[in-house]
Unconditional design. Sequence first.
Length: 276
Amino acid sequence: MTTTLLSLRNLFLDNRSVPDAERYARIEAAEAGWIVPLVAELEAAAPVLATRADWLAELKSLLDSEKGGAPSSRFIAEEATLAEFTTVVLEFAPDGLTEAQNFFPAVARLPIRAQMAVMRVMIDEFGCGNIAQAHSQLYRDLLAELGLPTELPDVLADTNDETFAFLNSFYWMASRAVDVEYFLGALAYLEAAIPDAFAFQARACERLGLAHGRYYTEHIHIDDFHMKEMQTAIKEYEAVHGINPTKLVVGARLLSSLLGSAVDAAVAKAVARSGR
Ligand SMILES: [Fe+2]
Ligand SMILES: [Fe+2]
């Protein structure tokens, strides 16, 4: 990643702390030099869309283009050794262990019926209040099986900037982006993309004989419902405030590019470490 002056790690740590005025100013300055121009760039390149149907068509074409998976995803599914897959799982631990926590601020910014749809997603993310089913716990189970640390401070030792960028983007979209449509578009994309995206990791777990691949298979199952709930959320948002479909697409493209880079960087690290 070309970001030089900005520490995406420090931004992540700030995002997860109680923000006094100084810290909040630091977060805003970091975002102003990173994600704000990135989103402006994506917005300038995005098609100007008029309706929710236009957004759905655009989303479908983005998802179709990603269906076969990037070379890094196919590598995970078909070739990664246990040690290489372990590196990838550790790389995404800061995401798995904090899953969906950074979505909460967006909920309060939505009209009530849209809140209900997003809350139905959140309830599943948090295992309907049952720790054994919480997605973060499913990830913890996988980390434990691989002999990796299972608490957040212990998995941050050498996390890639690309992973921090992916994580930090949701803090901005949920809390500070004036238009909450970026968040809605990004999450609608993510929930729709994950069943295909996680099929690669699920295949790796099966191939490597891991017992705790459920983190991935559960997402393949449940995110189909979450994708529909996010469409409901967007419909309900539109009913109250109207919708800017271009901003939904920008959110999707932002997430697609950040997540794609994070997976590529994780695999590159795994391969470099294994010395193949
Ligand atoms: Fe999840
Ligand atoms: Fe989900």
